[in-house]
Design a protein around this ligand. Structure first.
Ligand SMILES: NC(=O)c1ccc[n+]([C@@H]2O[C@H](COP(=O)([O-])OP(=O)(O)OC[C@H]3O[C@@H](n4cnc5c(N)ncnc54)[C@H](O)[C@@H]3O)[C@@H](O)[C@H]2O)c1
Length: 338
């Protein structure tokens, strides 16, 4: 029998929680000893499907168990901060689904507690463990795309509506996280927001979020659960090449050798302040669809948390990254009309 050195308790096992539970339960040396859920139906689900895991109602029971060294939080966003804080105060590492908290001040409080107690805090920004997202990151970092000019994303569906948070807080943590990762986690210069609540008053069903970064880089994120099509698409336009990342397509990445360059011919056509059409050359070359070796992102994510617990290493979705995501969401929230 293998010895388990990582003993976890997961709080929340609703729609998303079973995916985390399955992945954490499958890791070598890792036991999910408890699932805490306030719903009796969800506790029955756990006991039926995960016989090694005990389903309980009380959070304090698992916080008091000295054998538990890590907590996985998969409850609605509004509960994340308090549960994460309680975990750290109980001396346990904590993995928190996205978004890590609903305010930057809360993230900072968690950061202080984690540093004092030398504990890991990791947020569930799953896409940073996705092979296609990492492929695009390598393209950006290698300079193959040239200078990044703009990025836009669409995360749309006729989807599951929430009442506790709007479409922006539900979906955009993914897009913000990916864009921040590709760009090297810069601080934005400005954030703009346009959204509307059609179905439930005060809960936006559709939001367009624009982010202005230093060096004339801009991004736009369109999220909606009120849309005819399921779309999960991100487009990066660079000065040399352009990339389409389509998460629901079979070929997830397409690299377009397309662009518009200024022609510089020595002695002529050098007056770029007065452009004429012949001063520009249009490039429309090959489209490359690379094979991306795919492993389940959630497995990678679960492994990253457990590895950080064991080694004390910093996960890429630790507090600095998660803080930037919450910061942008909080700025967008402040722009929402009353
Ligand atoms: N990474 C991803 O791709 C992804 C996808 C979907 C959801 N999520 C995240 O997962 C989290 C959960 O989302 P969901 O859609 O599963 O929500 P959900 O409402 O379906 O499930 C939440 C579960 O937590 C339980 N719960 C709530 N508060 C509790 C408490 N204080 N103590 C014990 N149990 C409690 C509820 O009974 C429920 O079973 C959210 O933070 C969401 O953003 C992430």
């Amino acid at each position: 029998m293998t010895q388990n050195d990582v003993i976890l308790a997961q709080i929340g096992c609703g729609y998303w929680g079973p995916n985390l539970l399955r992945n954490f339960s499958s890791l070598r040396g890792c036991l999910v000893k408890y699932v805490v859920d306030s719903s009796p139906e969800r506790r029955t689900f756990v006991e039926t499907n995960f016989p090694r895991t005990k389903a309980v109602e009380s959070v304090s029971e698992v916080m008091q168990d000295p054998e538990v060294n890590g907590i996985v939080v998969a409850t609605p966003a509004g509960t994340h901060f308090e549960l994460a804080k309680q975990s750290l105060l109980s001396g346990k590492h904590v993995f928190v689904e996205k978004p890590l908290a609903t305010r930057v001040s809360e993230v900072d409080e968690l950061d202080c507690l984690a540093k004092e107690r030398e504990l890991v805090v990791m947020a569930g920004h799953t896409f940073l463990y996705n092979a296609a997202v990492r492929y695009v990151k390598r393209l950006v970092d290698s300079g193959e795309l040239g200078e990044i000019r703009y990025i836009y994303s669409q995360r749309l569906n006729l989807g599951r509506i929430r009442s506790d948070i709007d479409a922006l807080w539900n979906f955009a943590p993914h897009d913000i996280s990916i864009i921040q990762y590709w760009l090297g986690d810069p601080s934005p210069v400005a954030v703009h927001r346009l959204g509307m609540d059609f179905i439930q008053t005060g809960v936006d069903d559709v939001v367009f979020l624009s982010i202005v970064y230093p060096n004339k880089v801009i991004a736009n994120i369109h999220v909606s659960w009120l849309d005819p099509q399921k779309v999960r698409k991100m487009i990066v336009v660079g000065s040399r090449k352009m990339v389409v990342y389509d998460d629901v397509a079979e070929d997830k990445i397409a690299i377009y050798d397309k662009g518009i360059d200024k022609k510089a011919i020595l002695g002529q056509n050098m007056d770029f302040d007065n452009p004429r059409p012949e001063l520009f050359s249009y490039r429309s070359g090959d489209i490359l669809m690379p094979q991306v070796q795919f492993t389940e992102p959630l497995k990678q994510e679960a492994e990253a948390f457990v590895t950080s617990m064991r080694t004390g290493g910093k996960p890429i979705t630790g507090i600095p990254h998660a803080r930037n995501v919450v910061d942008i969401l909080e700025q967008a929230k402040a722009l929402k009309p009353e």
